[in-house]
Each structure stands twice: as C-alpha cells, then as structure tokens.
Write a protein that binds this ligand. Structure first.
Ligand code: ZN
Length: 290
C-alpha cells in the first residue's frame, strides 16, 4: 500500500464513528476547537443510539453533532401532561451539514421507528435561547423544541448561525416525517407511506382504544409505563363504581357523592388518556415495525 493510500485509509477511519460519516471537528471539539474527552464520550453515547440513521443519509451528508431535547408540545399539552412530557416527549436532534434529524425516542433515547427531518432550506429563522430551540419556517409555521441539553447549547448557538439559507428561496415545507422503511418523506396528515405503503398508527384508533380499554390508548402508542399506570387506576375506579352500583341495587344506602366523585375521576382519566394517546400519534409510529 502506498503512503498516499495509507493516509486515505486512516482518514476514512478517522471520519467515521460507528460506521457513520461525521465531522470530527464539530462532533468531538468544543466551540473553541479544542478536543475534550468528555465531549467524545457524550457524543459516542448518543451516536450509538442512531445506527439506523445510515439509511436516511444522503450522499455527502455528514453528521456534525447530536443533542437531546423534548419534541415540540404546546402549552396545553405541557399542562395536561402534568410535566411528564419531559419524559415521554424525549427526542434526539442530529445536526448534519444538510438538515436536522428529529428522532422522537423512548425515555432512554431508544429508537421508536420514527424519524423527521428539518431541512435548512426550509428554515426562515432559528434561535437557541436557554433550553429552547425556536424555529420559524419559510411557510410561517413555528415550533419550539424544549429541554435542550445544556452540554450542547453553546455548540448549537454557534452552529445554527451558519446553517440558515440566506438565499430567499421559497419553501412550503416544515418539519417532515420520513418513512422508517423506505426513508421517503410522508405526506402530512396521512397515515400511510405513499411510496412503500407502510401504515402508521392513527389518532382515531388511539382514541377508540383509550375509551374501550383501561390504558388502551397508551399501550397502542407504545407507552407501557403510562398504560400500566392508567390501567391500574381505571380498573380500580371501575371496581369501586361496580361495588357502589351493586350495593345500591341491593338496597344498601350509598352516599351519592361517592358515586359522583368516582365517576368524575374516571371520566377525567379517560379524557386525559384520549388526549395523550392522540398527541402521541402525531409522531408517525408504524403499525408494525418495518
Ligand atoms: Zn415508505
């Protein structure tokens, strides 16, 4: 092997981490360009979670760095989740030289067969403030990622200044989900990939299951912890209501306030679980793993 070939081989090895093309300068160095072992450990811990991303990368697309955040959620969603959205809306943001991959994940940042993209060409304005990453798209849509990891905030601020397309190109797109099977963009508000036919979970079915089964909406959208909690609470309330109804039918005096309270709590839990389950289907989750 010639020295030229050797140096090319070394470069290829150095520029790939876990088989993914990366920019080692932005991935492993701090904003001053200095290598830090802690940064490498953190980025390797995150990059190991996204081995699936290889099939989504375009020719010449290179990963710059990764961070963790919460998927966009409006104020009502934050309030009605009781703050739990910081656990159940977790996601990874993968900054490349062409776009940001938004990967909604499990609580431990595991892959849920769900990937979206934010192309830099579609962004009008992007701003990192505190724990928020606010994006305004050229089609006027706005959304904010919350809970940006403190460790990458400085890097994000520095990086995003360089990514917004200054050219006044028009775009009607915002964040777009990608099919986890064929990697093509999925048309918004549809629940089937037009290219390969992969079907995604629907809001209507999530609502139906939330109504009919204790915790059903959560289980349908792959949130077993929430589903188990809801199932225990709803089943307990149904048991109490059944007991009170049985006592009433058998002539035993029952305080009607108890019936009203148990019924109201059960109804509130059902409404909440319908709301949550429908929100969870906003992330396109395949009905069956591809
Ligand atoms: Zn597809």
């Amino acid at each position: 092997m010639t020295s030229n070939n050797q140096s090319q081989t070394v470069k290829l090895v150095r520029d790939k981490v876990f088989g993914l093309p990366v920019n080692r300068n932005t991935l492993l160095n701090n904003t001053n360009g200095t290598y830090r072992k802690k940064i490498e450990e953190r980025q390797r811990a995150l990059i190991v979670k996204i081995s699936f991303i290889k099939t989504f990368l375009n020719t010449g697309e290179v990963i710059q760095f990764l961070t963790t955040a919460c998927s966009p959620i409006n104020l009502w969603g934050q309030i009605l989740s009781g703050g739990l959205f910081i656990f159940f809306n977790r996601s990874l943001l993968v900054f490349t030289n062409q776009r940001v991959f938004h990967v909604p994940t499990t609580r431990k940042y595991g892959y849920r067969n769900c990937v979206a993209q934010i192309r830099y060409d579609d962004i009008e304005k992007i701003e990192a403030k505190g724990h928020c990453l606010a994006i305004t798209y050229k089609n006027s849509t706005q959304e904010t990622f919350l809970c940006l990891a403190r460790k990458e905030r400085k890097k994000i601020k520095r990086f995003i200044d360089t990514i917004v397309t200054r050219a006044k190109t028009k775009s009607k797109k915002d964040r777009t989900y990608l099919c986890p099977q064929c990697t093509h963009p999925v048309t918004p508000k549809t629940h089937r990939c037009a290219t390969c036919g992969l079907a995604f979970k629907s809001a209507r079915e999530s609502g139906r299951r939330a109504i009919l089964l204790p915790g059903g909406g959560y289980f349908y959208t792959h949130h077993p912890v929430l589903g188990t909690g809801a199932a225990v609470l709803e089943s307990s309330l149904l048991f109490v209501l059944g007991g009170l109804a049985f006592a009433t039918l058998n002539g035993i005096a029952v305080n009607p306030v108890l019936l009203v309270i148990a019924g109201a709590v059960l109804m509130s839990l059902k409404i909440l679980s319908i709301f949550h389950a429908k929100r969870f289907t906003l992330d396109l989750i395949p009905q069956q793993s591809p």
